[in-house]
Write a protein that binds this ligand. Structure first.
Ligand code: GLY
Ligand code: MN
Ligand code: MN
Length: 461
């Protein structure tokens, strides 16, 4: 399915050609990727930049955007009778190309006539693309990265980062169905189930909508393990379940939502305290976000707000701003507040975080905590981002920081020890930065303690 009409793709390419001024850009679509033998492939995922400019979700294509002649070419083969035996008759490549406003389709074997050593290209992130670029452009593999066209990369990232209204609509849809899947989990989780049962429900809802997850779902009673992709724990009374999952829209845009809920019908008071500090941080971030604000500042101000909560609980002490300036909060909040989101869940990160989330005069920090903040630069109208504060009790990190004598003025380690089996809490929603407001994407998904407990009551009804 092509997400938008041909004008959208024509206009996107025309703007890129105008910004490039001159030169020819070679864009590689993705190939099938083999799992364990050649014909047994992973689910095909198109390259997002190819999808953005050419809309065709099909393996084995590449394209040339020619700013010198003002033309665009798609390279690919039509199905042969041998292919049709296995795939059935599919729309022709020529027909698909026309539906995205491209009139010229050329067989890949003729690509040599169109490219040379001065053809522009983007950083490859799949090994087969490195080999293909190396062969086509007659460059040594080790020289490929140095030869990437940084100017074109920045034109594309600026263009893709500012979302159009039709893209924002797709993102609303992605977040709404992702929310539907989260809600279904909260309504059904019980101590009879394992984590994988919840993942099954999540993915089933994706399949009901004929879409896939935008990234491997995190679904765990060990929320303190930030990227936990194992689902073999039984849901145990007294634990929290952290679910970080997102579905794609039909047009390929990602949702990325997190909810944390009790395995039991209600939060314990200890869980509620931590949950409400995260929620307070989340609400604070949403309230103060505005165009031109550095996302790094939003991150740090959210950290201060959560630190105030932790001081109130006796887990931390001293002045919250000083504590954050010293990095003491990173014991509990070691990751970043959020990231750009779009066709990719971490939008455009294949171009390199230094180009996407930062600027030449705003470099990413190397400090623990801030080094995991993927977006530092200022919010602009049309940016779509996640907001995802969290608090975690990572036993190994508690022991290490205490043993290293870190942040003694700000952390009550004795009190922290009482939380060593707590787990973690994260709350995540996606937003678009508008001129006047930071607009939530998708329908509201229950977020407060009362709202979540109401959903949990349905699981026990
Ligand atoms: N789902 C990964 C993240 O939230 O960044
Ligand atoms: Mn997430
Ligand atoms: Mn995220």
């Amino acid at each position: 399915m092509i997400a938008f009409n041909s004008e959208t793709y024509k206009n996107r390419r025309a703007l890129l050609r105008k910004n490039m001024g001159s030169g020819k850009l070679l864009l590689l679509g993705n190939e099938e990727s083999s799992m364990n033998y050649k014909d047994n492939c992973y689910r095909f995922v198109q390259d997002s930049t190819f999808l953005y400019y050419f809309g065709i979700n099909q393996p084995g294509l590449f394209a040339l955007i020619d700013a010198d002649s003002g033309t665009d070419i798609i390279f690919g083969n039509e199905l042969s009778i041998e292919d049709i035996i296995w795939t059935g008759q599919l729309p022709t490549l020529r027909g698909r190309a026309e539906s995205v406003g491209v009139n010229k389709v050329v067989v890949p074997s003729l690509i040599d006539q169109y490219v040379n050593n001065s053809t522009l290209y983007l950083p490859p992130y799949r090994p087969e693309h490195e080999i293909k670029l190396s062969n086509l452009l007659n460059k040594e593999l080790q020289d490929l990265n140095a030869g990437v066209s940084l100017d074109v990369l920045l034109h594309i990232s600026n263009q893709r980062t500012i979302k159009s209204e039709e893209e924002i609509l797709e993102m609303h849809q992605a977040c709404t169905i992702s929310g539907e899947a989260h809600r279904a989990l909260m309504k059904s989780a019980s101590t009879e189930m394992y984590e994988h049962h919840l993942v099954g429900i999540f993915e089933k809802i994706g399949m009901n909508h004929d879409v896939h997850t935008a990234y491997p779902t995190i679904c765990t009673i060990n929320g303190q393990v930030l990227h936990n992709h194992h689902y073999n724990n039984k849901l145990a009374s007294g634990k929290l379940v952290l679910v970080d999952g997102g579905l794609h829209s039909k047009g390929g845009y990602a949702g990325d939502l997190t909810r944390t809920f009790p395995v039991d019908s209600k939060f314990t008071s200890k869980q509620k305290d931590i949950y409400n500090i995260v929620l307070e941080g989340f609400m604070h971030a949403v309230k103060i976000a505005k165009p031109e604000m550095l996302f790094r500042d939003l991150h740090l101000q959210t950290a201060v707000r959560m630190t105030e909560g932790l001081i109130g609980l006796g887990l931390m002490k001293g002045n919250a701003e000083d504590a954050v300036a010293n990095g003491a909060h990173t014991l509990f909040f070691p990751h970043g507040l959020g990231h750009l989101i779009g066709l990719d869940v971490h939008d455009l990160e294949n171009f390199g975080e230094e180009h996407i989330g930062y600027l030449p005069d705003l470099k990413k920090s190397k400090e623990f905590g801030l080094k995991s903040l993927r977006l530092g630069k200022s919010l602009q109208e049309g940016y779509t981002v996640t907001v995802e504060p969290g608090l975690y009790f990572i036993p190994e990190l508690m022991v290490k920081k205490q043993a290293d004598g870190l942040h003694k003025d700000f952390i009550n380690y004795d009190k922290v020890e009482e939380y060593s089996d707590f787990g973690g809490v994260r709350i995540e929603d996606d937003f678009v930065m508008r001129k006047e407001k930071f607009e939530k994407l998708g329908e509201y998904l229950e977020r407060t303690v009362d709202e979540i407990e109401e959903l949990r009551a349905e699981a026990f009804a």
